[in-house]
Design a protein around this ligand. Sequence first.
Ligand code: AGP
Length: 601
Amino acid sequence: MCGIVGYIGNQDAGGILLTGLSNLEYRGYDSAGIALQNADGVHVFKEKGRIAALRKIVDPDVHATLGIGHTRWATHGEPNRRNAHPHQSASGRFTIVHNGVIDNYNLLKKQYLTGVAFHSDTDTEVIVQLIEHFVNDGMGVEEALRKTLKRAEGSYAIALLDRENDDTLYVAKNKSPLLIGLGDGFNVVASDATAMIQQTKQYVELMDEEIVALTRDGYTIKDLDGHRKTRSPYTVSFDARDTEKGAYPHYMLKEIDEQPAVLRRLLQKYEDKNGTLAIDPAIARAISEADRLYIVACGTSYHAGLVGKELIERIAQVPTEVHISSEFSYNTPLLSKNPLFIFISQSGETADSRSVLVKVKKMGHPTLTLTNVEGSTLCREADYKMLLHAGPEIAVASTKAYTAQIAVLAFIAIAAAEKKKIKLDFDPIHELSLVAQAMERMIDQKALLKEIARRYLSVTRNAFYIGRGIDYYVCQEAALKLKEVSYIQAEGFAGGELKHGTIALIEDGTPVLAFATQENVNNSIRSNVQEVSTRGAYTCIISMEGVTDKPGDQIVLPKVHRFLTPLVCAIPLQLIAYYAALQNECDVDKPRNLAKSVTVE
Ligand code: AGP
């Protein structure tokens, strides 16, 4: 939700900021803006819509070596030019970009800023006006910034320019993500490392309630009481090429295609010297000491968690619950005596999940995060971490992170079974290698999946996915993917549930796509297909070669182990959604109203 960049150095900041914002655009794309500071003052350019619209209005004759930028996902105030960041203080001395929500902004406005003319409807403008208010009271800039942030309740990642100081860029964070990047003769600010990867691979994490004064050749981190902090930089493991689309028309398609390679990479990362799958012994111990696992996640990560529950309970016989993060905080279930919490988050920054993490840590429970982003908040703050190694996922719709999450959950299930001396009836590395091959075979069937999307989804406003058992969890992800990228109203149902109400929605031509990969429920799900077909539904069966297939099935997946079918099902469900989105002329990588990293609750 919103992306921030900043640059202080010796090169032309404008181009660097615009490239950084383009890299960050998946975090929000309602409006965008940059501010460039040079000897003539601060020049603000902002525009409603995408970075492409902003590029058109930035004056190429304005050159500066200091600047900040922002791409917005609107919370307070309509997504228009007036509410686009950067925002400025009354005199124009201070200019700010902000990611987060200041909960008490109205109160601060009433308490300190009566009589100040506001130029936007945002909570952000209150911060910049308050800094100026305290400076007008005689405080130094850093002191005014600290005082303002001590009074601000909520979340923020900010970058601030002071027109009277060309040598410092101020940044601060609380709850919202922010990194500083280090270069030779320059330094940068970014919501995540992908934004500034063209500039540097060296980053320093910031903790909550820290303020940084960034200069061309250094940085000072302090807490809100002005105490100095020190922290070593780290090097990110990807480079600029990993964030590029290459010959692909969309990131989503590229990321779908990458899945077999991601699975093979994961097998390498988690294979030990003896050629068996191994996880950190401390994590295996924590799992074995727990009497129940609680998986907490949102969206696609939640759907991966549902599959994970099935794997952990079936393979390792460890009771497991799965919860939606945003519900957990107030709808907290009765907890077992020795729970272990597992947070699943591609970005590692999802605010709803983080608030549960904070809560259960306070209760003293052990926590494990599965994430794709090393150094992310959820990764840092949990007791244990496991990385997804999927490489940067840029498309808003999660694809390769979903299958990587399921694979890592399978590793957890396998490790937990081994710790409990439960003998597996399959060779995990062999079976997962077969999955990678099966994924490749499905990726090669793009023409068929495109045709399925055309045949079933080109003239419809709604569609249903149905399945039983583990296929039901797949259906929930299939429906989410279809909704978010093609805007077709889609639902994923348990096949047996249809006749308890939903079947009333079936009419002539309603598309119903059924996953049928599990032998034990094959007959039942086919009966459900019959039931809807009799009532006019246009049905499509996705079955598995040699296990559940029958002549006439529209899609037949290559055979894999019954626990691992969701990894292969992911490919057709994602590609069908992708082609349906193209048919509907949707913006595949940046669906309307969404943002990749949901950093507000
Ligand atoms: C997936 O396609 C979504 N855009 C979304 O549901 C996402 O999975 C969810 O917001 C959770 O994000 P996270 O994995 O980064 O925590």
